[in-house]
Design a protein around this ligand. Structure first.
Ligand code: F0G
Length: 417
């Protein structure tokens, strides 16, 4: 019911292949969507949400029939995937829409969307007997891999750029017991080194691994389920290595083919302007030209995205678009998301910043039904948040001596009464 094929030339591939032996492109699982009945999937998911089986409580494993099978005893789950949709009144006003919601993938166990893919990739690695998992990362893949590898009793090895990744993410990764190698270079250099590894030495769990995509696509099912299977008009998300854009696109496409949703949302992928090779070639349809990436949204500081062809196919199928926003726009959008009482890390806020462009340009009308995908938690990059508030002399709103606190509070609260 599901087969591994080349995403470009469709050649059948050996299970666990990370590139096509014929053309060198990335593999992808192809699901026989005709074999599923939408009503059955909906009913099963509803029943599983009331179960206490750890697989059923996971928003990823709840949809396990829609993925390559993995031996139940090998599953490594931290109850990932079942994330909330939040109303976003301030975000809506900022973007120029009547209403908006956030799908907050930062509410996963290690606080980023990576967990939905990692639970599947590490479970598969354990099933095939891998002792070591390895990835290149700007921080979130690292933390996620480290946690799931620890739960699986596997060694985790991270290659991370030596400069410009969030210290909070590195600390989190070390906490879970991973071995962190600082690479003198950027994410793209680190990923090239990982992809050149002999695959028998370690399980590569970057999003070139199609099991990651099969996990991350369930975010589309969770989003639809949270809206009683009504698709929004648009889904807007940040793009870096473009694995998640491929995954969400695949999820919405499969949901539509199965009949779980009556239409597919348009996908809008938003890059940071200093790391926007995909946005640069989107309009022309030309092949991607890698860039040296630079942005303060360090999670998406990626200049040579591995999954750009897969992402392009999905965005085209959805009749969507790709665009870039400046770092200052990301900073402002992130602050707005915080004021909605939600918060996210900088890369996530590219979604709201991009949405604002699309509304201003008239591509999205005011009454359009839009979901912004937030990919990482606000505490993932505390240094960025601190810098933001310090730069506006807003590290604190007031400095009050201990003996004056009571009087200060009385006047402050009086003013807000
Ligand atoms: N948002 C966050 C918070 C991320 O960490 C990433 C990627 C993205 C968006 C982009 O997703 O690469 O699938 O297009 N982070 C990777 C990492 C590269 O190593 O943590 P993508």
């Amino acid at each position: 019911m599901i087969a591994l094929r080349c995403s470009a030339c469709a050649s059948p591939l050996e299970i666990d292949a990370l590139t096509c032996a014929v053309c060198g492109e990335l593999p992808a699982f192809v699901l026989d969507t005709a074999a599923f009945a939408a009503d059955e999937i909906r009913a099963r998911s509803r029943a599983r949400r009331a179960s206490i089986d750890p697989r059923d409580r996971s928003g990823v494993w709840r949809f396990r029939e829609l993925r390559p099978p993995i031996d139940e005893a090998q599953i490594v789950t931290l109850r990932e995937g079942d994330v909330p949709l939040f109303d976003a009144p301030l975000g809506a006003a900022y973007a120029g829409l009547a209403r908006l919601s956030y799908l907050h993938l930062g509410m996963n166990p290690t606080a980023s969307f990576k967990d939905a893919g990692m639970t599947v990739a590490i479970s598969r690695a354990r099933e095939r007997g891998s002792r070591v998992a390895v990835c290149a990362s700007t921080g979130n893949t690292a933390a996620s891999m480290a946690a799931y590898a620890a739960r699986a009793g596997m060694t985790a090895v991270v290659l991370a750029p030596v400069d410009g990744i969030s210290a909070a993410k590195v600390a989190q990764t070390l906490d879970y017991g991973a071995h962190v190698v600082a690479v003198e270079g950027d994410f793209d250099d680190a990923l090239r080194a990982v992809r050149a590894l002999d695959p028998s030495m370690a399980a590569v769990v970057n999003s070139v691994n199609p099991y990651r995509i099969e996990g991350q696509k369930t975010a589309a099912f969770v989003l639809l389920e949270g809206r009683d299977w009504n698709a929004p008009d648009w889904v807007v998300l940040p793009g870096g290595n473009l694995g998640n854009s491929s995954a969400l696109g695949k999820g919405f496409r499969e949901a539509y083919d199965i009949g779980l949703a009556d239409r597919m949302p348009h996908l809008a992928v938003v890059q940071a302007s200093g790391a926007a090779p995909f946005a640069r070639v989107w309009e022309t349809g030309a092949d991607l030209v890698p860039v040296r990436a630079q942005t303060d949204a360090t999670a998406i500081r990626i200049g040579d995205p591995a999954s750009w062809k897969k992402a392009r196919n999905e965005v085209r199928t959805s009749a969507g678009t790709v665009l870039a926003v400046d770092d200052s726009e990301i900073a402002d959008a992130r602050a707005v998301i915080g004021r909605d009482g939600v918060g996210c890390e900088p890369a996530s806020a590219a979604s709201l910043a991009g949405l604002r462009h699309l509304v201003q340009d008239g591509r999205i009308a005011r009454d359009t039904d839009v979901v912004c995908v937030l990919t990482g938690h606000v505490l993932k990059d505390t240094a960025y948040a601190t810098r933001y508030h310090e730069s506006g002399a807003r590290y604190a709103n007031a400095i009050v001596r201990g003996s004056s606190v009571a009087a200060y509070l009385a006047s402050l609260l009086g003013a807000h009464a």
